[in-house]
Design a protein around this ligand. Structure first.
Ligand code: SF4
Length: 280
């Protein structure tokens, strides 16, 4: 469907006069005619009377589909009026043919300036266009896909690229963001923390029913970086959070100390009497 910003339209050099007695079709007699708008109290009389001229132009533009009823006029400016006709174009419910007519100052002749298919108030329109970057959802990316980040992505901030990284201990350099042009900014950290907390945080049903929290669990792998005091990675293959970042306040029934298995009882060795004999 064509959008409102690019209406189907055709300009015309058609010329006519409104002084031929056809004002009976004028907008004043149309039921439900549009009110003059855009601050113009009254349309130019000759332009307003040029309904048949506008209809003829609209019929040519709408061909081979028939033209619908006359809907009224809109005053665009001095000696500039748009006549509106109902469209019967398939697939365009609620759209209207708008024929803009005008005349030069002190001229009797009205000419057609433009013909365009435009949406009415109840027109069926395509939804607003949304850039792909705003439509992306987690999980949309597949193998081989590239996801570019904007230069001013608020989740990232400038890192520090050292001229002599080998002089720094590797783990310290990594913590400081050495060697990376950009590192997570506060916004990015906060977003990540919110997401992780939503899925593996203390308010989840699993955590609410857990015997203890991750902070005391032997399966918790500590993280490096700014979020290490709030998050870690679960490494219990039987936990639903295995391989995921979990809040230290999260927890599950697989907590390493929650239910330690008791040592199995080892039966005592049998006593064999070598001296006596059981009577048969
Ligand atoms: S096993 Fe459960 S309690 Fe332990 S780290 Fe994983 S999620 Fe936390």
């Amino acid at each position: 469907m064509e959008g409102a910003a690019a209406p189907r339209g055709r300009s015309s050099e058609r010329e006519g006069t409104a002084s031929d007695g056809r004002a009976a079709d004028g907008p004043q007699e149309q039921t439900g005619a549009e009110q003059p708008s855009r601050g113009r109290a009254a349309p130019d009389r000759l332009c307003a009377e040029a309904v048949e001229l506008a209809r003829e132009a609209a019929e040519q533009a709408a061909h081979p589909h028939p033209l619908g009823a006359y809907l009224g006029l809109v005053t665009e400016a001095d000696r500039l009026v748009t006549h509106l006709f109902e469209s019967r174009e398939p697939g365009y419910p609620g759209w209207r043919w708008g024929v803009t007519v005008t005349r030069a100052a002190r001229a009797r002749y009205v000419t057609v300036d433009e013909v365009a298919l435009t949406p009415g108030p109840d027109a069926l329109l395509a939804p607003d266009w949304v850039p792909w970057s705003k439509r992306l959802r987690p999980g949309d990316m597949g193998p081989g896909d590239l996801l570019p980040t904007e230069g001013d992505d608020p989740r990232l901030e400038a890192g520090f690229v050292s001229d002599a990284p080998e002089t720094e201990p590797a783990e310290v350099a990594s913590e400081l963001g050495l060697g990376r042009p950009r590192v997570l900014a506060w916004v990015g950290l906060q977003d990540a923390a919110d997401r992780w907390e939503e899925h593996y945080g203390p308010r989840t049903p699993m955590a609410q029913a857990a015997p203890a929290s991750c902070v005391s669990c032997g399966f918790l792998l500590p993280m490096a970086g700014a979020l290490r005091q709030a998050f870690g990675v679960c490494a219990n293959e039987f936990s639903p959070a295995d391989g995921h970042v979990v809040s230290l306040a999260y927890g599950c029934g697989g907590h390493s100390e929650a239910a330690v298995m008791p040592e199995p009882q080892v039966p005592a060795p049998p006593v064999i009497d070598h001296l006596g004999a059981d009577p048969l």
